[in-house]
Design a protein around this ligand. Structure first.
Ligand SMILES: [Zn+2]
Length: 274
């Protein structure tokens, strides 16, 4: 472990799991904030302060170049966020920006304009520096939990957004499960032998419709002929009535056209998102 800070652990806090994080954040903050020398880090305990709901959490000592953090009953992450905030004050001090003239008493963040500005910067840069460090750490060393959670939440978010856009576009709520079924249909040999998107009952080119039926001998020719004649008769549309096979073909065609429109829309939206 590369030690960045000189840590004075005066609170007896167990650092075996977290010391690495203090040094890591310090190193990251130095690069981001641009301070020169690491400040000394004091970790302290103060029961009296801890019992106050709005007690002190941390402060920076510009003369001693030291950060002091009160650790009682605090989450490690919260302590680290305090550290990031105080490191901004340390940077301000190194740059001569920490104005030590003027009012320093109660309410200095409201009454002293310069200190108010320093405080604003510390909250903004400190918190964002902490957040960026945290995210970079999780991305470089993702635990299974973090990885999975990130993938799932992104996926859910994307799907919800996609659904909303589609609903807006077509004016009704779409069931994306239907697309899955359509895909299954295209992959199912028993429904579409040549996989051209046309179901076998609407596709004269489908192998099923071209296959010679095995086991039929010459003696049955007349039977076959008869069969075919009756089939042909079925092809003749009765007045005012659409033949069943044409109806099926038309419906299948309409359906695949709708699927195509929906798929194109999804593709378009996925592209726009990139
Ligand atoms: Zn501050």
């Amino acid at each position: 472990m590369k030690k960045f800070f000189k840590i004075k652990n005066k609170c007896g806090m167990d650092l075996s799991e977290s010391e690495e994080l203090f040094h890591g954040l310090g190193q990251y903050a130095q690069k981001k904030l641009g301070f020169n020398k690491p400040p000394t880090l004091h970790l302290v305990s103060d029961g009296d302060n801890a019992s106050k709901p709005l007690g002190k959490t941390a402060y920076y000592d510009p003369q001693g170049m030291a950060v002091t953090i009160y650790t009682d009953n605090r989450h490690t992450k919260d302590i680290l966020r305090s550290l990031a905030h105080e490191l901004v004050h340390h940077t301000q001090n190194e740059n001569g920006m920490l104005n030590d003239t003027g009012y320093h008493g109660e309410g200095y963040a409201q009454k002293n304009k310069d200190l108010r500005q320093s405080e604003k910067e510390a909250y903004l840069k400190g918190n964002m520096c902490f957040r960026d460090w945290e995210d970079s750490l999780k991305q470089s060393k993702p635990t299974i939990y973090n990885e999975w959670r990130n993938i799932m939440s992104t996926k859910n978010w994307k799907n919800n957004e996609l659904m909303e856009n589609l609903t807006e576009k077509f004016g009704f709520k779409m069931d994306l499960g239907l697309l899955k079924e359509a895909k299954q249909f295209a992959n199912d040999d028993s429904l579409d032998g040549d996989k051209d998107g046309k179901p076998k009952w609407a596709d004269p080119d489908d192998p099923v419709n071209k296959e010679e039926k095995p086991g039929e001998d010459d003696n049955k020719d007349s039977e076959k002929e008869e069969e075919e004649t009756s089939k042909k008769e079925n092809f003749k549309p009765k007045k005012g009535q659409e033949p069943e096979h044409l109806k099926k073909a038309r419906e299948a065609k309409n359906e695949s056209r709708i699927m195509k429109i929906i798929k194109n829309e999804i593709r378009k939206q996925l592209k726009e998102r990139k």
